[in-house]
Design a protein around this ligand. Structure first.
Ligand SMILES: Nc1ncnc2c1ncn2[C@@H]1O[C@H](COP(=O)(O)OP(=O)(O)O)[C@@H](O)[C@H]1O
Ligand SMILES: [Mg+2]
Length: 333
């Protein structure tokens, strides 16, 4: 289903950014902790049709960043442009270009049915529900809400309410959509289901989406580009594929026929920092990470010195979770 936002802005097209954030700073004054630098100089841009992941551990500043974009809180300094509109000077106009689902806040009307909620949010954004009827129907189907379409929102399960909240954000058809931890607090099955629905919606809607999560699987599945944020600062802004590649080149698994003699095992362990040797009487495996490509040849030379027979060499595929931990711990870049 193509929304208004999608027309003229196919995914991946270049154009002026839908969202441009510069030097955003937000400090909270907390009685218990004093000054908390929740967002500490964040800058980024999101291009039309892009689905950008904002990934970071709890307390990293994701929700605060998104609340600033939504004009729910004012930053101490910095600028936010939404479709070129200054969101600080002109919040009403900026907000008309966006829809958001905030963490833990299922912003739907308890007493309205599923369908009425969708009609309401469509109307609020100036699209008469009649004109939007087929889109409302597609959303009900995409989010598997057919059986509860005429049930009051308050009677739905938590997972269903979350799906409805997300559907209500999509129905507005705004150029920019922000989803803060859309799968947080859902059981594993519902979280999986919502992820699959989001994947479909993201591919079809063509909207520009900023999605925050502390769950790397969600980001890896839905986003091509990711910003990793920690302690209110951006530590990485790159394509997910680049981040995975960065580590891919470094993790190897070598299998050898026969066990690794103790003298070789000792030498391997003293020469290479992160190496793991496992052997049984027929085979052995060496898992190693090589931060410098040249070290690979040192490893092969050492194995030759002991006449070890290499059966296979594989590069291990890291997942975004590993990459994320390393970046947050400051091991990368
Ligand atoms: N209203 C508030 N008052 C004081 N501190 C806050 C408030 N909201 C968030 N914080 C603090 O700001 C930091 C960033 O929080 P938040 O933006 O919610 O992070 P995230 O969404 O990444 O988990 C955390 O240290 C959090 O405790
Ligand atoms: Mg949060």
């Amino acid at each position: 289903m193509k929304t208004e936002a999608a027309k003229g802005a196919p995914p991946g097209s270049v154009g002026s950014p839908v969202l441009a954030v510069r030097d955003l700073v937000k400090t909270y004054r907390s009685r218990r902790r004093g000054l908390v630098n929740a967002v500490d100089g964040v800058s980024f841009e999101v291009a039309p049709g892009e689905v950008l992941g904002l990934l970071g551990p709890n307390g990293a500043g994701k929700t605060t960043t998104i609340k600033c974009m939504c004009t729910l809180i004012s930053p101490d300094s910095g600028s936010i442009l939404v479709k070129g509109v200054d969101a600080i000077a002109n919040p009403r106009k900026a907000v008309s270009h966006m829809a958001a689902v905030l963490e833990g806040n299922r912003n739907i009307y308890w007493r309205l049915t599923v369908k009425e909620n969708l009609q309401f949010f469509s109307a609020v954004h100036g699209i008469p529900p009649k004109r939007n009827a087929s889109q409302i129907e597609s959303l009900i189907q995409a989010f598997r809400l057919e059986e509860v379409r005429n049930s009051d929102a308050r009677t739905l399960s938590r997972g269903m309410q979350q799906k409805l909240a997300v559907a209500c954000a999509f129905v507005k058809g705004t150029p920019l959509l922000m989803l803060d931890e859309p799968t947080l607090g859902l059981d594993v099955e519902t979280s999986f289901e919502l992820r699959a629905m989001l994947k479909q919606m993201v591919a079809e809607s063509g909207q520009t989406i900023l999605l925050s999560s502390h769950d790397m699987d969600v980001v890896q599945e839905l986003c091509k580009r990711v910003i990793i944020i920690n302690n209110g600062r951006i530590v990485t802004d790159d394509k997910v594929s680049n981040l995975l590649e960065l580590f891919k080149a470094r993790a190897y698994r070598l299998t050898l026929s026969g066990p690794v003699p103790p003298a070789l095992a000792r030498e391997l362990e003293s020469t290479f920092e992160s190496i793991q040797v496992t052997s049984d009487s027929h085979h052995s495996a060496i898992d190693v990470e090589l931060l410098d490509g040249g070290r690979f040849y040192d490893l092969v030379d050492l194995l030759r010195k002991f006449d070890a027979e290499i059966d296979s060499i594989d590069r291990a595929d890291p997942d975004l979770g590993e990459v994320f931990l390393r970046i947050v711990r400051g091991e990368a870049r």
